[in-house]
Design a protein. Structure first.
Ligand SMILES: Nc1ncnc2c1ncn2[C@@H]1O[C@H](COP(=O)(O)OP(=O)(O)OP(=O)(O)O)[C@@H](O)[C@H]1O
Length: 334
């Protein structure tokens, strides 16, 4: 059990790294900040007698003058700990707007390519309890449903890799304490406090939220509950899908009366699942999916026909049935 303060202990680390047990190759993403420096220290200790290959990588996004030195500092620490380290540089054109998003996409692409090169099966990042709380707040602001409010998952798939976030329940203060206890310094990324970024603005307002009881711990509890609820809803959708959806490679048909009788969240997810199956994979704003869901229900209730497109799929109501198929190219959208 994590202690209220102080460095993360070896026993705690063993429990946190449980998802990595039995892995043959682990790649740790280490930016050089306090969180990922602590991750590297803890992983180095934990992996020493486990016969797995631990490697670390730092992405130099080339966006700040000091990023090269920060990567070199991580490399030096890795050398000291006897861990293979590579600095991966984000080269090529960089967009003027949405730079954070572009940097993130490039970062994971570089990490995945490097993981494939070294044969790592697990990618480990140092997202903390505080990062989870910020994610939940940002998703609240975006009007997310249960899946979004579940925040980041401790273990998820990322391409062929398993992405593990072992520190998701650990407050940043304890990771700072872990570095301090080891006498290891870390780099402070100035952009973490840059008010141009939503995360930084949220961080700056955390004191106010804490005073109102919206603490990181409570937001993380909300995320865990939402994750459980989301699993339950998805399981219900699996069951209903098996019984109701007549689904082939070209289209999915669902009886209209049965569809109308479903709890709305299940019906919505059924429709979106079929859109995902027959569409072109373009992500659609949930708001558009919800608007179309309402239109589908209205049409079924009124015994009318309907034909729209969503995410590259054609969503039609015809003869009392909901029919979702691949949309012909270049049709009008909702
Ligand atoms: N430049 C980097 N090099 C290597 N790893 C990094 C780098 N930046 C971030 N990471 C990894 O990602 C974790 C989360 O970092 P941060 O919170 O800054 O990213 P984010 O963009 O907010 O989150 P996400 O990775 O989910 O997009 C870090 O703890 C570290 O493990």
């Amino acid at each position: 059990m994590p202690r209220p303060g102080g460095p993360v202990t070896e026993e705690e680390a063993a429990a946190l790294f449980q998802p990595l047990e039995g892995s043959v190759g682990v790649l740790a993403a280490v930016s050089g900040g306090a969180d990922s420096t602590a991750l590297l220290l803890l992983l180095a200790r934990w992996s020493s007698n486990r016969g797995l290959r631990l490697c670390a990588a730092t992405i130099d996004h080339g966006l700040r003058p000091e990023s090269g030195d920060e990567a070199e500092k991580v490399a030096a620490l890795a050398r000291l700990l006897g861990i293979d380290h590579r600095t991966l540089r984000w080269t090529g054109a960089k967009p003027v707007s949405s730079i954070e998003k572009a940097a993130r996409t490039a970062r994971y692409r570089l990490l995945m390519e490097y993981a494939a090169e070294i044969g790592a099966l697990h990618l480990v990042t140092a997202h903390t309890l505080d990062d989870q709380a910020e994610t939940v707040l940002m998703r609240l602001a975006a009007g997310s449903g249960p899946a979004g409010l579940a925040g980041m998952r401790p273990v998820s798939a990322r391409g062929d890799l398993i992405h593990v976030r072992p520190l998701l329940g650990v407050p940043k203060t304890r990771l700072i304490a872990t570095c301090d206890a080891a006498g290891v310094s870390w780099s402070e990324d100035a952009s973490n406090a840059d008010p141009r970024f939503a995360r930084a603005r949220l961080r700056a307002g955390r004191d106010v939220l804490d005073r109102e009881g919206l603490t990181a711990e409570r937001l993380a509890v909300l995320a865990r509950r939402m994750a459980r609820a989301d699993v339950a809803i998805e399981q219900a959708v699996d069951n209903v899908w098996a019984g109701l959806a007549m689904s082939g490679p070209a289209q999915t048909r669902i009886d209209g009366a049965s569809f109308l009788a479903l709890p709305e969240e299940i019906g919505l997810r059924m429709m979106l699942r079929a859109v995902g199956k027959h569409g072109d994979g373009t992500s659609e704003r949930l708001k558009r999916g919800e608007a179309l869901f309402d239109a589908v229900r209205d049409a079924l209730q009124a015994g009318k026909s309907l034909g729209r497109t969503l995410g590259g799929a054609r969503v039609a109501v015809s003869k009392g049935q909901l029919v979702i198929s691949t949309a012909p190219p270049r049709r009008e959208t909702v």
